[in-house]
Design a protein around this ligand. Structure first.
Ligand code: GLU
Length: 420
């Protein structure tokens, strides 16, 4: 367990602060804003797990549905030592805005277990996942709440969720979870989807700014599912990747890193440390690296009041959820740094999750080219709508994206009306 949480501030309070800014800028009906500032349902479950040594350890898990006015709740499950109920609530709120911004018919949800998956064996991870699924089973389902991967979880965890749920209902219910392995109804392109969506945003921005990616330098924090593929994609577009990092630290080379060699080094040694030919840097130094595009793709609140004035990138692409605090946002905006917000920049994952759900329901599976083409259409239109509002009203990209999402959520909530 890490002794100090990465959460410097309460994430739910930050999400509510963002909501308040949006509500003011877009004149959201105060009673609707009041509803949107709360989560519909928050579950706290205790998860006893038999460990490999025969002892029993009890973990705490959460599943939160924020809003279902536009469709079933949707969102990932996070396995990380710092997970708290308020973090999961904030993440569920951002999922609602993200689904609304991209126009996919889902509400927002998130789940998590406070645990360190790196310290668990495969067997322990499987028992933890199955018991967690069983504990929340009455509140999930293809039309109720659909799970997916997030920090610390992967397709095999999704396969255990799918199997556990199916064993309980008595038949294979694929659509309770997305991000599944291909052999059990996953979608082509889902694994790379978040990064591919971020790439489309980076390309659109490059076009707007008149500066092709092949002339840009890039620094990426986090080499998990999002950061790893993003580094590869940006390098594929000709960008010079000057810095990379994982949770153990980073590497820097102003002449450009060999992304494939860095990923291979991480795959064989477990971390980036000791990558030949690159200067070791800390994660903090990575964020302050001289570059055109900085992509924080790990955890929340890494750019905050204390370092935002020293960020040297021109554009920040939020591969992670919530990597920039509202206080840092103000500083970056004053300094003219363009921030491509999480609900837009990392929406590719949930968009392809939606495609996976649709394919499962129709029992008709698409080619990878089809998935990627549809993703590009959704991402480009969300980007263009956000950019247009940003220009028209002189709003930051964050306020424009959040405004579009929250307005749609507010409209749906109002149109459906209050029950009873
Ligand atoms: N965890 C991802 C996110 O934050 C994906 C969620 C999903 O596919 O439902 O957007």
């Amino acid at each position: 367990m890490s002794p100090v949480s990465h959460l410097r501030e309460n994430p739910l309070e930050l999400a509510r602060e963002q909501l308040a800014r949006v509500a003011a800028a877009f004149e959201i009906d105060p009673s609707i804003a009041e509803i949107l500032g709360r989560c519909k349902k928050s579950l706290i479950v205790s998860i006893p797990v038999r460990m490999d040594d025969g002892t029993v350890k009890v973990f705490e898990g959460y599943r939160v549905a924020h809003n279902v006015a536009r469709g079933p709740a949707k969102g990932g499950i996070r396995y990380h030592p710092d997970v708290t109920l308020d973090e999961v609530r904030a993440l569920s709120m951002w999922m609602s805005w993200k689904c609304a911004l991209t126009g996919i018919p889902f509400g927002g949800a998130k789940g998590g277990i406070a645990c360190d998956p790196k310290q668990l064996s495969r067997g322990e991870l499987e028992r933890l996942t199955r018991r967690y699924t069983a504990e929340i089973i009455a509140d999930i389902g293809p039309e109720r709440d659909i799970l997916a991967p997030d920090v610390g979880t992967d397709p095999s965890v999704m396969a255990w969720v799918f199997d556990t749920y199916s064993m309980h209902v008595g038949y294979s219910e694929r659509e309770v979870v997305t991000g599944k392995p291909l052999e059990v109804g996953g979608s082509h392109g889902r694994l790379e989807a978040t990064s591919r969506g971020a790439l489309f945003c980076a390309r659109s921005t490059a076009e707007k700014l008149g500066r092709p990616l092949s002339e840009q330098t890039v620094a990426i924090q986090g080499l998990g599912n999002v950061g790893g593929f993003l580094a590869r994609f940006l390098a594929g577009d000709g960008a010079r990747v000057v810095a990379l990092s994982d949770s153990s630290g980073g590497v820097h080379d102003p002449a450009g890193l060999d992304v494939e060699a860095a990923l291979a080094h991480k795959a064989t040694t477990g971390s980036l440390a000791g990558l030949p030919g690159a200067r070791p840097i800390t994660n903090e130094e990575l964020l302050l690296t001289e570059c055109d595009l900085l992509a924080p793709c790990a955890l929340e609140q890494v750019i905050h009041e204390g370092n935002a004035d020293r960020v040297r990138a021109r554009v920040v692409l939020e591969g992670a959820n919530g990597p920039v605090t509202p206080a840092a946002d103000v500083i970056l905006e004053q300094r003219g740094v363009l921030v491509l917000p999480d609900v837009l920049a990392n929406a590719g994952g949930v968009v392809v999750s939606y495609f996976e759900w649709v394919q499962g329901i129709q029992k008709y599976f698409w080619s990878e080219a089809e998935v990627n083409a549809q993703l590009e259409i959704v991402m480009t239109s969300a980007f263009d709508e956000t950019w247009a509002l940003h220009e028209e009203r002189g709003l930051s990209m964050r306020l424009a994206a959040y405004g579009l999402g929250v307005q749609r959520l507010a409209d749906a909530t109002k149109t459906r009306g209050l029950y009873p």
